[in-house]
Design a protein around this ligand. Sequence first.
Ligand SMILES: Nc1ncnc2c1ncn2[C@@H]1O[C@H](COP(=O)(O)OP(=O)(O)OP(=O)(O)O)[C@@H](O)[C@H]1O
Length: 253
Amino acid sequence: MSAGFDLRGLGVSLRGRPVFSDVTLSVRPGEMVGLIGPNGAGKTSLMRAALGLIPCEGESSLAGLSPAARAKTVAWMPQAREIAWPVPVERLVALGRLPYLPARGGLPEADRAHVDRALARLDLQGLRHRASSRLSGGEQARALIARALAQDTPVLMADEPIAGLDPAHQISAMRIFRDLAGEGRAVMVSLHDLGLAARHCTRLILMAGGGVMADGPPGEVLSPGRMARAFGVSVWHQETEHGPVFQPLEVVE
Ligand SMILES: Nc1ncnc2c1ncn2[C@@H]1O[C@H](COP(=O)(O)OP(=O)(O)OP(=O)(O)O)[C@@H](O)[C@H]1O
């Protein structure tokens, strides 16, 4: 598996307005990175720029890859996830194998095994023949995570992948992302749930004020002063026998 990805001096302006500038960071295999920050801080823009999907200043090791190489290097789950076509769930998940398939013919046995594993991991076997457009919002989100897993890439980037999932599926999805990192992949997910970020990420990158405000272990990044400056909230944070518990409390002036 390749070695994560690197961003150097990355900056994005949209319609002439700078969103963020001068972001330099590397994400290594084994890291489960939570990208956090208030609405509009530039989390989506950072990931899209890193992938080469929008114009930007600076360099990204992913953006320079050919489309074919990039599809085998990074699985991308965008925030918008309406599934308009009524394809069966298993076919939607099988689309994750597209970068590996010959131009003609069906799905080879080995690729089918990837699809079956992804369906099982996301608890979707019972829905595999259902039309994807007839899933609930949370089920669609799980099907799209399964598609990204089937792609079996060394890097995974996901924009708010657990938004709209129920608590059990949020926790399972975070565990899956963490396990994928544990297998040696580089994982970056944007999140608004700071409690889940604190519990499941090995590293947090906090975007605010036009750049990266903090980057490090969750316990350091989620300091009360920084949470007040970045999000305008007071917080409660405790290391417990169940792991870190982090809860935003009140809006502060
Ligand atoms: N197509 C666009 N044209 C102009 N401005 C845009 C465009 N897309 C996003 N923006 C602006 O860029 C800024 C960053 O947006 P971005 O979606 O990257 O933030 P975010 O941190 O992902 O936000 P959220 O948490 O709300 O999803 C925002 O101020 C947004 O209004």
